[in-house]
Write a protein that binds this ligand. Structure first.
Ligand SMILES: Nc1ncnc2c1ncn2[C@@H]1O[C@H](COP(=O)(O)OP(=O)(O)OP(=O)(O)O)[C@@H](O)[C@H]1O
Ligand SMILES: [Mg+2]
Length: 144
């Protein structure tokens, strides 16, 4: 599934639609360069999970947790050197368990993620345009 957003608000709105579908145990691997829109999309997903607390980038905390309709673990692998460091964070206890896991910079840790992981790649095409490619999506049709 390939969708294009032309504003930050559209990416948040798409995230919200994604969040409405999610179930306990879902893992979302986000890929894309700096400022592609990974955290922005996650803000929308949190809205779809009825999370009221504002979502901030987990770049420094590595893992942030939020409570809504489902629990959200929002992780960032940017500062990790290797997949082992990711495992050292104890993420195996979260993956596929209660709650939803979203991992930014997941390129670095793909081999540690379940095969059911939903992959969302965000490409900054030009200006405010983002091409968002979703693979392994198990739910219904998504639109902007
Ligand atoms: N269509 C769009 N979708 C998402 N963000 C957009 C869009 N157009 C412009 N932006 C801007 O791009 C930036 C995206 O930042 P964001 O923190 O979401 O990226 P990120 O991929 O999480 O970056 P990082 O790798 O630093 O974690 C924001 O400043 C946002 O306003
Ligand atoms: Mg981010």
């Amino acid at each position: 599934m390939i969708l294009t957003t032309t504003t930050e608000e559209q990416t948040i709105s798409l995230g919200k639609k994604i969040g409405l579908f999610l179930k306990d145990g879902d893992v979302i691997a986000l890929q894309g360069t700096l400022a592609a829109g990974k955290t922005t999309l996650t803000k929308g997903i949190a809205l779809g999970l009825d999370i009221e607390e504002p979502v901030t980038s987990p770049t420094f905390t590595l893992i942030s947790e939020y409570e809504g309709r489902l629990h959200l673990y929002h992780m960032d692998a940017y500062r990790l050197d290797c997949a082992e460091a990711f495992i050292d964070l104890g993420v195996e206890d979260y993956l596929g368990e209660r709650g939803v896991c979203i991992i930014e910079w997941s390129e670095r840790v793909m081999e540690e993620l379940p095969s059911s992981t939903i992959l969302i790649s965000i490409e900054h095409t030009d200006g405010e345009n983002r091409t968002i490619t979703i693979t392994n999506w198990p739910y219904g049709e998504l639109s902007i």
